[in-house]
Write a protein that binds this ligand. Structure first.
Ligand code: MCN
Length: 782
């Protein structure tokens, strides 16, 4: 049996999902279960003058209606969990239901509970709320202006936080030969997982325990936060995440809704289920991005970059959500130099309250925005000095010899060799030939564009001491227990929270190699806070680097103990035992051996263990890595644009990513494909739109365009491998690389195609209308 790490094992998770036998939150049916629906504000900003629930209560099947006032003093506020230090952060209180004022379309006003979902929906319309509509603050720049409506009365100019990192002496810009400036809006998008959010609460009166089944990317964080909100011991609150249809960052947050369901189940002493509807998801689940990024890049005419100064004005929505404040500050502001050795950098971020849905992490969380601004401005700089954007990138890459490399903002990139994936991508696409073809096409009046993105991103969150220093209210280590049963079959408990990434497959490969047993002998337990002692969840592409590290160490501990038992039984010293492919062998004595299964039995029966050894065979590890990991790579996009319609056709997409050791090329490629789909979606189609009254204009899939498979060419993806020194697998994250890299790659390609019209920038998403208008304007000005 050879090694399985590094091979394309098919996903163990798929058969049940493909045969419809998965078990999702909405599949849960408990005896006596009630159904909850939430009345949401139709106004962006309004005072609640009165709420009359009398008629609703008379409606058949209705059991209870809760309003914000009913819950005052009985349930805590929903806290933000990333309190970025030195940012004058003003966390306005968010109560599970609005008490006297609603602050965005979708803000919860009342929760109604009935015997079935239909009765609940019908009765919801009978709740009579009298509002006094107030002027809203919608766009972040306007919300900061003097006299703008205040979202929270005591937060001046709606500034939730103001954060700075790095200082650049003004002379550097004044004395630079070239300074290129641009302002980019990385528009607001909706994570849109296939499954919306859900929660089912079940209270156990005999023990005072509450079980909450819910959609979460981090069940232990949900347990920690909700135990505070609900005033229940963590030891009595069990969070179980059933199968989950994706999260993409949108299910990191601990929302009011889960707290309300838990509260109601305990209060009514009956199970309560709440399933978010799709239009509700658009209003009430956190959005991503919405950052206005002003960039200045300085350097010499021969292409040496010297300084980058960035101002980011981030729309935080009406409240600071769980990870919200960290996204446009730490995640973004420390990565603004990207893969380039730019000696001076500074970033200033304003987080602004507005009367819109709160924003939080969405695939990449801050890194796509950081990558967007650097990869776009570098193209503009290249154009300004008349250099090929490829050459400018190469000239400024952090050199291979400099790793571990400290960027201008003080982050230490663990390992890197940026030329390696670039070289491979250029070979695949035959860059020189393509540029020639572009010239020829231009002569024929055809618009073809080539876009590059040579990104690096930060992921694999750990170590915990750094998390503390940057204000994250928790740790970022991981935990795993590898339990060997008497038969030699294994159960692995892990603190990560897979919801599409395939951890059972990938971690299974790691354990199979470590223990020398077939993958089919290994089962996994995730997503149950009672079964798994602790874990910090799945986001920031951390599960392989950190969770996989914990799994590897736990398995090694099993082998360590098993070796001692084998040595004892074979009457030799432990050092004389070799462990290979699941067999413990005495060195140099063929045939004197014990199988893994024999030792599993010995350990569990405990008839004859070494003196003083405790019975059983189980390894547990807590892994807190010494650093983040920094995957990198090159994406190249080729587009053609129809100048009569403004329609863009993606002709080719090349992705060469370096994510350290690839555990499973099949699943890792799946991640790259999915990530690219979401990044290209942002560049070309997706966008949450509010009008000036704060009404959500894109609240259904009729108005919000999701990418479809037929919009894409075959994605040509491959990997190079530069190992990370900070975890035992040498792996980095791949979950977000596609999104991070693809947004600027597409935009650079489109702007490159439109260069003959003098166009240097267009706002995303690149709708045909926008592109057509830009072409018309370019023609007029020519
Ligand atoms: N992998 C690998 N080799 C590596 C790294 C990863 O083979 N060196 C593979 C493994 O199969 C692993 C998977 O890629 O299970 C993802 O690993 P990793 O990059 O560590 O990311 P996480 O498991 O921590 O997942 C989080 C990441 C994020 S942040 C978002 S957002 C996202 C994503 O993953 N959301 C997803 N991918 C998603 N995929 C699905 N189907 N659904 C989501 O909601």
């Amino acid at each position: 049996m050879g090694t399985v790490v590094g091979t394309s094992v098919k996903r163990k998770e798929d058969p049940k999902l493909l045969t419809g036998t998965g078990y999702f939150s909405d599949d849960i049916k408990l005896p006596g279960m009630l159904h909850a629906v939430i009345l949401r504000s139709p106004h962006a900003h309004a005072k609640i003058k009165s709420i009359n629930v009398e008629e609703a209560m008379k409606s058949p099947g209705v059991v209870k209606v809760y309003t914000g006032k009913d819950l005052e003093g009985k349930i805590g506020r929903i806290p933000s969990s990333w309190l970025v230090p030195d940012s004058n952060l003003k966390e306005a209180p968010q109560y599970p239901l609005a008490i006297d004022r609603v602050r965005y379309v979708g803000d919860g006003v009342a929760m109604l509970i009935a015997e079935d979902r239909y009765a609940a929906k019908d009765a919801l319309d009978l709740i009579d709320v009298e509002y006094e509509v107030l002027a809203p603050a919608v766009h972040q720049k306007k919300a900061m202006e003097e006299g703008a409506p205040l979202v929270h009365d005591d937060v001046e100019n709606n500034i939730a936080f103001h954060w700075k990192a790095g200082e650049i002496p003004e002379e550097i810009f004044e004395s630079s030969e070239v300074v290129v400036k641009e302002s980019f809006h990385v528009q607001r998008v909706a994570p849109s997982p296939m499954e919306t959010r859900a929660a089912v609460g079940q209270y156990h009166p005999a023990t005072g325990e509450l079980t909450l089944y819910c959609t979460s990317q981090n069940p232990h964080i949900h347990r920690m936060v909700l135990s505070g909100v609900l005033g229940i011991s963590e030891a009595k609150l069990q969070i179980i995440v059933p199968d989950m249809g994706g999260g993409f960052g949108g299910k990191i947050g601990v929302y009011p809704d889960e707290a309300l369901v838990g509260y109601a189940a305990r209060d009514l002493q009956q199970p309560v289920k709440w399933i978010e509807q799709r239009n509700e998801h658009f209003m009430a689940s956190n959005h991503g991005r919405d950052e206005v990024i002003e960039v200045e890049l300085a350097g010499s005419r021969d292409g040496k970059l010297t300084a980058i100064r960035v101002k980011n004005t981030a729309n935080m929505g009406a409240y600071l959500s769980t990870m919200g404040p960290g996204v446009p500050t730490i995640d973004f502001g420390l990565m603004i130099t990207g893969a380039y050795d730019i000696p001076h950098a500074s970033c200033e971020t304003f987080g602004v309250y507005t009367n819109t849905t709160p924003t939080d992490a969405y695939r990449g969380a801050g890194k796509p925005e950081a990558t967007y601004q650097i990869e776009r401005i570098i193209d503009l700089f290249a154009r300004e000095i008349g250099m090929d954007p490829l050459e400018l990138r190469k000239k400024n890459f952090a050199p291979k010899e400099a790793f571990p490399y400290t960027n201008a903002q003080g982050l230490i990139y663990d390992s890197g060799d940026y030329e390696k994936p670039l070289k491979k991508a250029l070979e695949i696409i035959d860059y020189g030939k393509l540029r020639k073809k572009q010239e020829e096409l231009r002569k024929e009046g055809k618009l073809m564009g080539i876009g590059l993105s040579t990104y690096v991103e930060l992921c694999g969150f750990g170590p915990s001491a750094v998390a503390g220093a940057i204000g994250f209210q928790g740790g970022v280590w991981e935990n795993s227990t590898v339990r060997v049963h008497p038969s030699g079959k294994v159960t692995v408990f892990a603190g990560t929270s897979p919801h599409g990434q395939g951890h059972a497959t990938t971690f299974g490969q790691v354990v199979a190699d470590k223990l020398g047993i077939p993958m089919d002998d290994i089962e996994f337990v995730f997503n149950d806070t009672k079964a798994v002692s602790m874990g910090w969840g799945t986001y920031g592409s951390r599960s392989t680097a950190v969770g996989g590290g914990a799994v590897a160490f736990a398995a090694e501990r099993v082998v360590e103990k098993a070796k001692k038992i084998a040595a004892h039984e074979l009457e030799v010293a432990t050092d004389d035992i070799d462990f290979e492919n699941g067999v413990f062998k005495v060195k140099g004595v063929p045939g004197r051996e014990r199988t893994f299964q024999e030792i599993a039995k010995s350990a569990n029966y405990a008839w004859n263990l070494p003196e003083g050894m405790e019975p059983s065979l189980e390894g547990q590890a807590f892994f807190d890595p010494e650093n983040f990991v920094y995957p990198f790579g090159t994406h190249i996009v080729v587009v053609e644009i129809d100048q009569d319609t403004g329609e863009i056709e993606l002709k080719r997409y090349i992705a060469v990513d370096d994510v350290g050791r690839v555990i499973n090329p099949l699943t890792a490629s799946g991640q790259v494909h999915g990530g690219i789909a979401q990044g290209v979606g942002q560049a070309m189609w997706e966008g949450i739109v509010y009008n000036d009254e704060g009404q959500l204009m894109s609240g259904t899939f009729m108005d919000y365009t999701m990418p479809k498979a037929r919009f894409f060419p075959e994605i040509e993806n491959s990997f190079t491998e530069t190992l990370s020194p900070v975890n035992p697998l040498g792996s980095k994250g791949v979950g977000e690389t596609g999104t991070t890299a693809s947004i600027p790659a597409v935009m650079n390609a489109v702007v490159d195609a439109l260069a003959p019209f003098g166009i240097t920038d267009i706002d995303m998403p690149l709708t045909p209308e926008k592109v057509w208008r830009a072409i018309q304007k370019g023609r007029e000005q020519a």
